[in-house]
Design a protein around this ligand. Sequence first.
Ligand code: FA5
Length: 338
Amino acid sequence: MSLPEQILAIQSAALEQVTTVGSVRDLEDWRVRYLGRKGELAGAISQLGAVSSDERRAAGQAANGAKAALQEAHSAKLAELKVSAKQDNALDVTLPGIAPVVGGLHLTRHTLYEIIRIFTGMGFTVFETNEVESDEYNFGLLNLPPDHPARDMWDTMYVSDDVVLRTHTSPGQIRAMRQFNPEPLRVILPGKCHRYEAVDASHESMFYQVEGLAVGEGITLASLKGVFEAFAQQMFGSDRKVRFRGSYFPFTEPSVEIDITCNCLGAGCAVCKGTGWLEVSGGGMVHPTVVRNGGYDPDIVSGFAFGMGVERNAMLRHGIDDIRHFYANDLRFLKQFA
Ligand code: FA5
């Protein structure tokens, strides 16, 4: 094939190929391939010196023609691509907008804030303590020395021989008392707890508690009842009543389970299993040994304490029947409360 024929072949291949180009990026590749300094047309032109003068003249004319044709094709294609890109991005103000995804509070956090709001309204302050605790604070100082049989009430995850993931927020009682003594105190201790427990509809291995603690002169079980009644009425409804049932915790004496009247107001329903009452918390009068471990004199001051589950409160409030929904990260569940 003579050089002019080669140039015409390059030209027609290029013009055929440019019709298939669909993006500015591909067009640039096309330009480099045919019109670039090391492109096919430049390669053909570099052979001009090696051919006879007649062929060189014809080849020169062909090269000029090819270059002009390719440049024109390039400009036309570029303009065409710009027009279609503009159409793709065209703003249609009549289309409905896309709502941004807005995050929300997790149900546990929401419930926790509500509990905190109610207790701070009654003069309690928030006191946060360690999630990873020493065995001594989680048990020993709470009147549960090593080998005490009641340690079995808490299935414990040990980090080492004497360090645990706290099984309840009660160790915060000692930390708060040691910080505040000899002043009277009224605190709530919210926090994450861990138990090595079989997970079921009402038990998670990680859950939140809120501990309450008041220490001072003249504090009685009736103070706990009054505080709890005020809490229940704000949290669940103004017609709620509170009752205590005798119970056992090594760090309180006497110890109670605290029930409030159910949503059915005593008529009996599936949530309260027909009893009319819902259990919301453990509690009692702080054991004199624990008061002493906190740095107070139990002959002068007394205290009440309680500890309740945050998820359980949320379940009672919203009629949720399974605690496993809380941390399954199913947005269809969580979004109902966000
Ligand atoms: C305690 O943990 C005591 N520290 C409470 C206490 C504090 C008593 C101060 C006296 C004075 P208990 O193990 O019952 O008690 O747990 C208290 C609450 O935490 C329960 O009523 C429940 O609401 C919640 N809870 C306990 N275990 C779980 C669990 N596995 N999953 C979800 N919530 C739980």
